[in-house]
Design a protein around this ligand. Structure first.
Ligand code: ZN
Length: 139
């Protein structure tokens, strides 16, 4: 079983989606890899080595204004009607869209917050019922 890396931004411990997985595949987070690049003063080995980091979903959506989205491939679907049970059988890598700002929708934020409450036992200030107290420090 592979170790699941913590979030590089906030340090939260993350768990692998599959306990028996042999790779870093976080639940409520995303793994990113880089082979380095020209311009980095920290990492550019140019020999096939790469770095991998995790960012929890809460940090990702909190800083969505710092994230851009591109597209470099399109799924090739099996024959048959397009639907929830359609399988991806390959990838067309001829797609090269430039980067644009990433704008997650309200449903994405709601889902991330719901999972964060469960997974990270988060308590938000606007939810006094979850603090376990009555908010009165004079007790
Ligand atoms: Zn985080």
């Amino acid at each position: 079983m592979a170790r699941c890396l913590p979030c590089i931004a906030c340090g939260r411990e993350l768990k692998n989606v599959d306990r028996d997985a042999d790779e870093n595949q976080p639940y409520a987070g995303t793994a990113f890899t880089s082979h380095g690049h020209y311009g980095s003063t920290a990492y550019d080995p140019m020999d096939g080595h790469y770095l991998e980091i995790n960012i929890c979903d809460l940090c990702l959506v909190t800083h969505a204004d710092r994230v851009e989205q591109g597209r470099d491939r399109r799924p090739i679907l099996e024959d048959g009607p397009l639907g929830p049970n359609t399988s991806v059988v390959g990838w067309d890598e001829s797609v090269r869209w430039r980067l644009v700002p990433w704008n997650p929708d309200a449903r994405t934020y709601d889902h991330v917050l719901k999972v964060a409450r469960e997974e990270f036992q988060l308590v938000f200030e606007d939810e006094p019922d979850e603090t376990g107290g009555n908010g009165n420090d004079a007790d």
